[in-house]
Write a new protein. Structure first.
Length: 258
């Protein structure tokens, strides 16, 4: 009987069965991420791309549309396609949609907020620019003057935390922290409608956090931010919020982020 061969059986890579437009988008995205295509570089025309890649122009068009939606390319003069870098707002909006679709719970968001926000405040106290400091002062002044206006209160709250995240000088922290306020929007609306003192406690906390930031007192800014986040959880408990329920995204939340 013939001996069984000891040679290994070759294992071949799986075929990429993704739709053609996704393969086109993936290929161009890989070139951008690798740095071979840089911000400002012009892409070939749709026709030239179709010839180079051996696909139909309609496939290229769909792939380009996907890249435009992700902020990796944009239309330049004469409708030529240009490599772009997504701005922080675009990235944050993508994260918001993804987390909303994942149906993350309030408790998951709050746990992340409890770690991120005090850290942002501590960094911001030593890195904050004059422009952001001025924006924070305007923000707190606007909040103080509009405590009876729910829309202004919530918008000011989201902006306040986003400004501090930006002031941290850490792009990773800022991008991760930015979506939290928007994701908590529906819960925050419920809080202000149920707990009368919540908006006044919000203002008091923001004033103390701002005081620490202006004084460049990292310990004070961090401590008051931590107290603020803890206080909000107590408010949500009083409002009867279900901590394990998935968050609910609202159109108004997206408007407040733009």
């Amino acid at each position: 009987m013939a001996a069984v061969s000891s040679r290994k059986t070759a294992v071949l890579p799986q075929l990429d069965t993704a739709p053609g437009y996704k393969r086109v988008a993936k290929l161009i995205e890989a070139e951008i991420v690798a740095g071979r295509l840089k911000e400002g570089d012009l892409l070939p025309t749709e026709g030239d791309l179709a010839d180079q890649l051996g696909v139909h122009r309609s496939t290229v068009r769909e792939g380009i549309r996907s890249l435009e939606n992700s902020g990796l390319v944009r239309r330049a003069g004469g409708k030529r396609l240009m490599v772009a870098t997504p701005d922080a707002s675009s990235i944050a909006m993508s994260n918001i949609r993804a987390l909303g679709l994942k149906q993350v719970s309030f408790n998951e968001l709050w746990e992340a907020q409890m770690e991120l926000e005090p850290f942002c405040a501590k960094l911001a106290a030593t890195r904050m620019t004059e422009d952001i400091e001025a924006a924070l002062v305007r923000n707190v002044d606007r909040l103080r003057s509009n405590l009876d206006n729910d829309d202004v209160v919530i918008e000011s709250d989201i902006e306040f935390h986003r400004l501090i995240a930006a002031a941290s000088g850490n792009a990773v922290v800022a991008l991760v922290a930015a979506p939290i306020g928007v994701l908590l929007f529906s819960a925050t609306v419920q809080l202000y409608q149920t707990v009368a003192a919540a908006r006044h406690r919000l203002l008091a906390a923001h004033e103390k956090i701002l005081e620490g930031l202006i004084a460049r007192d990292a310990a004070m800014a961090e401590t008051w931010m931590r107290r603020h986040i803890l206080d909000f959880k107590r408010g949500y408990e009083i409002a009867g919020f279900d901590f394990n329920a998935p968050i609910q995204l609202e159109a108004r939340a997206f408007a407040s982020f733009s």
